[in-house]
Write a protein that binds this ligand. Sequence first.
Ligand code: SF4
Ligand code: SF4
Length: 441
Amino acid sequence: MLAETRWKPSFFNIHVDRNGTRLFFNSVNSHIFELSGGQRESFDQALREVEEQGHCADPRMQYCLKTLGFIVPESENEYERERRRFQSTARSTESLRITIAPTLACNLHCSYCFQHELRHLPMLSPELERGVVDFVDRKLESSKILVMRWFGGEPLLALPQITRMTEELQRFCASRGIVYYAEMLTNGALLTPERIEKLNELSVRLMHLPLDGAPALYAERRGISLEQALAFHERLLDNVPHLLKILKTLVIRINVDQHNPRGGEDVVRMFKSRGYVDRRIDFRLGFLNTLPGILDCVPHDCLSMSAISSVQTEFHQFLAAEGYSVYGGPELLEYPCGVPLAHCFTIDPYGRIGKCVPCIGTEESVFAQIYPDDIDRTLREMEAADLPYADYDPYSSPACEGCKLLPQCLGACPRNHTPNGVFQCGLRDGLADRLAFFSTH
Ligand code: SF4
Ligand code: SF4
């Protein structure tokens, strides 16, 4: 006769009290319930019974808790299971992801840009272009998907280089049955309907565009006149329908600090005034901060972590009220960013291969070099290098070990777990409000 399974509450259950109700959340399956009164009592009671007796007196309740993932077999080590899940994603070579800055030059001079103080702004040479294509070709051996992310500087200044490299890469991928698509982070100032059509041919399917809220602040932060800022916003809005024809996702990132905590709302109103309400538009707030590290960024008046969470919550409520999709809700994370992934690299215009995207153009995280005439040498160099962040394991990091939110955030920025990093937990503050919002949206 088979022994009856004994159960235990999931390690990743989180209970948060808010305004007399209790939010029950499981960070692996992202189920959220906000319960009060008798329902809350019954849910609490059922979990207590499982904890004490290994099962629940009411079999229907036990079935319900099991199906929702709030209880798991007593023998299951969920923490190790989640760690292994992360490690297997990190080791996978199924997708090859390359973030490449074909130039560090930019047509704007944003006050907060980590590259705005760089003096020498090279463009990828024709030899290095060829080297990049050869390198990607060789690294693709075991992959089924290639994702190129065009970064800068301003990547549209390097459109001819991007076009040449993409045409080669599309050809390789098509001949080997590899899925190819691209993403682009651009300031948007050089977008025109013709260039957008070109980006379509180059399989750009996701675009990030940074804004600051009202055009006056945009002008101030980017060192341009108000007239220029107004004209830019008009042009950008004119381009939105063209962008939505080719993109799967248009990320509008609104950079906020103490000067413009409601900057996101200004931008959303601009889009709404043109009638652009579309599920593919992903409005996100970007929080400027001065954590020491990636060059010496120009100081801004950062928001505190608790202010960030309330600004975020208010923005989410505003988006929902205006009829927009709200992204960024609780979900099981596969990886925190590309640095711990074995098959994810950055390339700068000097052909240096690294890991951390905002560090492109600096020595940090660089571990190999593209040699256009000797890609074997590049590959040997990579083999021999101590790959930065290869051992990153948020489940063992002193800052996050034992945190019940780990599957949702994987320790946030891996760089902040290094001896020189400054760790700051970005998920715990305002958790109750966030869960309450997403329990109904
Ligand atoms: S390590 Fe941090 S700064 Fe670097 S790419 Fe990842 S999240 Fe960004
Ligand atoms: S960053 Fe915060 S929420 Fe995320 S795993 Fe670490 S302690 Fe937990």
